[in-house]
Design a protein around this ligand. Structure first.
Ligand code: PLP
Length: 414
């Protein structure tokens, strides 16, 4: 069977052992009478995995745009193409004009610098956590970092920013209270041992009521450098998310350094963006730890294409009108007859930013029992169970994937 041209072609991509395993499964099915001996090759082809990697592409119908469990931001078509182009040998650290070594990722860094001209210089590391570790290594080794008690964030999966910072070799000096922190709290705590003042955007919770916090602008008057962790990676203000800080704004307010993620609202690959004063960024780049945190050529390619190329899916999802979503939901419901009902829903940006922001959306509601069966479809469709029903929210679903949802539901509803 392995000599069959289609299975031989599959071996070129998937390798021999995955194809052999599919063939063995198909032969088992023939022996057990589930497949006709004449259809063994077809059965094996149907059993082949889509790729040699274990990760499956899924349909995100959760209504959460930046879903950490589903890989955060999906890449734009431009980023996907750039990753493919960069996957072989590339000029990532090579100048084609003079044939010498060149600065790694210079075109991606130039794209980021161009997107935020307010920054004196920029650098890119593995993720935002790595960006903060590097900031501590350079600005506050063995020193204190001042941070408001209202901004001691747990990112998710038990990872806490305060613990991350301390593990990088600084001491945290908490100031103020959970709900209120004043400028004088920072001023009193500030001294010769202060490495920097950290301003963290509470990207996955909100403190409401009797509250006050200190702006970057005010913090910048105290003296030590202000490092602003804006979290989500918006480079400029986003009118649809007025409460969400952006890199350009934080720099204009006086932050010496801004750190952010690449795979949240920026809509790109996992990366940690560092934007700030030229001298400081140069010190970050030159620190020995920077080498351990450096990004891969695929990340650089995807980041640059995210910045220069087509609109990232997260932004398209954010901008889609609710009328369009409603129309898609109604079309889906009509197609599925009595098995699905078009419903108004509320989508969210997700753990990646804009806590509390409700995005009006639309989707279809089906029997909650279908959740597990939809997860076992190819591709799996992931929804949200609420009020005893499974809701498939369309805001984060590519319009072309409505057909995939309909086909999956038709299969599992039989
Ligand atoms: C998400 C987030 C982080 C962690 O970013 P990673 O890129 O996942 O390392 C840190 N700080 C804030 C405020 C965040 O929102």
């Amino acid at each position: 069977m392995l000599a069959d041209p289609r299975l031989a072609a599959a071996q070129e991509v998937l390798g021999r052992s995955l194809v052999k395993a599919a063939v063995a499964d198909a032969q088992q099915r023939v022996r057990e009478g589930f497949a006709d001996p004449g259809e063994a090759v077809e059965a094996a082809l149907a059993l082949l995995p889509a790729t040699a990697g274990g990760l499956k592409s899924v349909v995100n119908a959760t209504g959460v745009l930046v879903h950490t469990n589903l890989g955060r931001a999906p890449l734009s078509p431009a980023a996907v193409a750039a990753v493919t182009a960069a996957s072989g040998y590339t000029d990532v650290e090579f100048d084609l004009a003079d044939g010498r070594r060149a600065r790694r990722g210079r075109t991606a860094l130039a794209a980021l610098a161009q997107a935020v001209p307010e920054a004196g210089a920029v650098h890119v590391v593995n993720n935002n956590a790595a960006a903060l570790v590097l900031a501590v290594a350079v600005l506050a080794p063995g020193k204190e970092v001042l941070v408001s008690r209202g901004e001691l964030v747990e990112i998710g999966d038990g990872f806490r920013l305060p613990e991350l910072l301390e593990s990088a070799g600084c001491r945290l000096r908490e100031v103020g209270t959970t709900n209120r922190t004043a400028l004088r709290d920072y001023v009193h705590a500030c001294g010769p041992d202060t490495g920097f003042i950290l301003k963290v955007h509470p990207s996955n919770y909100r403190i409401e009521g009797f509250t006050s916090e200190v702006s970057i602008q005010e913090l910048a008057t105290i003296g030590p450098p202000v490092v602003a962790d804006i979290g989500s990676g918006l480079l400029r203000p986003e009118p649809l998310l007025p409460g969400e800080p952006d890199a350009a704004g934080a720099l204009l307010q006086g932050a010496a350094l801004v750190t952010a993620s690449g795979d949240k609202l920026l809509g790109g690959p996992q990366a940690g963006l560092l934007l700030g004063d030229e001298d400081l960024v140069e010190r970050l780049r030159r620190h020995p730890l920077a080498r351990a945190l450096r990004v891969d050529k695929l990340t650089l390619a995807a980041l640059e294409a995210t910045l220069r190329g087509s609109l990232p899916p997260v932004h398209r999802s954010l901008r889609t009108s609710v009328a369009e979503l409603r129309e898609r939901a109604e079309r889906l419901a009509r197609r599925l007859g009595g098995r699905a009902e078009a419903v108004a829903t509320v989508a969210r940006v997700g753990g990646g930013g804009a806590p509390g922001v409700e995005l009006p959306s639309a989707g279809i509601a089906v029997d909650a029992d279908l959740a597990a069966r939809l997860r076992s479809c190819d591709p799996p469709v992931i929804g949200r169970v609420t009020g005893g029903r499974l809701v498939l929210d369309l805001r984060a679903v590519e319009p072309g994937q409505d057909e995939v949802i309909a086909a999956a539901l038709e299969r599992v509803c039989r």
